[in-house]
Design a protein around this ligand. Structure first.
Ligand SMILES: C[S@@+](CC[C@H](N)C(=O)[O-])C[C@H]1O[C@@H](n2cnc3c(N)ncnc32)[C@H](O)[C@@H]1O
Length: 273
């Protein structure tokens, strides 16, 4: 395994228990139904999953995976973090929802999982952890059943080019937009879900992927792009100066005059003929 991917795995193992306890993930609200258990865009765009086989790539500790199970899908969630998959299995047992969870690096998933799926799904904060997007797209295509589809909702690569440091007060071009084999290396300070939590893993490694690379990798793997939607908002406070449209709405936008001028999120659906 790429040593930087292994370092990220150690980080996710540390982050998982912090996230399970965090207000950011609000597991109690998810269980009780006092908040939406899946982001509304995902429900609208993925559509009815009743009776479908659904594979969730990079499922973290399984919240979204199990939310699809609640909607009637037969679900499989995979993640590189053993702690994440342990927590996902505990949550499945506690809620009585049926799910299969597998520990694996996405790039090596065909060695750990058999079968094909009507829906292959991934979302928010997934692909920047992956060094090799063409390999990711091959794995995605491998698991989509003919007639099925792949769906991703993710931060827009264009938005990742801007400075997201805590001290940023406005949009400022800071990172390269283009993909590179060399990751961005960030010293670790807590977690995005709890910045004050103590974390020992020293760095996180992230890879930029351009929109061209994402679309072309999926097409080269044999998938047919059905749509690529671009949205001027994100489900989390991506930059410290963003504003939430209504408290608790989970719709974060840029303040005027930049609101609606730039894409911050994309969603893409691709089918396998
Ligand atoms: C931000 S989380 C995704 C959150 C997700 N949207 C959800 O439903 O909670 C990113 C996940 O990717 C996983 N991950 C990172 N690199 C991976 C890899 N190479 N293979 C599989 N999972 C990976 C991490 O362990 C983490 O759980």
């Amino acid at each position: 395994m790429d040593p930087r991917v292994a370092a990220n795995r150690a980080l996710w193992d540390e982050w998982t228990p912090i996230h399970v306890r965090s207000a950011f993930y609000d597991v109690e609200g998810w269980k009780s139904g006092s908040r939406a258990d899946l982001y509304p865009l995902l429900v609208d765009e993925v559509g009815d999953v009743t009776g479908k086989d659904l594979l969730h790539l990079q499922c973290h500790f399984g919240l979204d995976t199990l939310a699809w199970a609640r909607r009637g899908a037969r679900v499989t969630g995979i993640d590189i973090s053993e702690r994440g998959i342990e927590q996902a299995r505990l949550l499945a047992a506690e809620t009585g929802l049926e799910a299969t969870f597998v520990v694996a690096d996405v790039a090596e998933l065909p060695d750990h999982l058999e079968g094909q799926f009507d829906v292959v799904f991934t979302s928010f904060g997934a692909i920047n952890w992956l060094p090799d997007l063409p390999r990711w797209a091959e794995v995605v295509a491998h698991f989509v059943r003919p007639g099925g589809f792949f769906y991703i909702a993710e931060a827009h690569p264009f938005a990742w080019a801007f400075d997201d440091d805590d001290t940023a007060t406005e949009l400022r071009l800071h990172y390269h937009y283009w993909p590179s084999p060399d990751p961005l290396v960030f010293p670790n300070e807590g977690s995005y879900a709890d910045p004050d939590a103590p974390v020992e893993a020293p760095f996180e490694y992230a890879w930029q992927h351009s929109m061209g690379e994402i679309v072309s990798s999926l097409a080269a793997a044999g998938l047919r792009i059905e749509y690529l939607h671009e949205h001027p908002w994100v489900p989390w406070k991506m930059f410290p100066f963003m504003v939430e449209t209504e408290p608790g709405s989970g719709v974060w936008r840029l303040p005027e005059p930049d609101d609606a001028r730039l894409p911050l999120l994309f969603s893409l659906k691709a089918t396998k003929p």
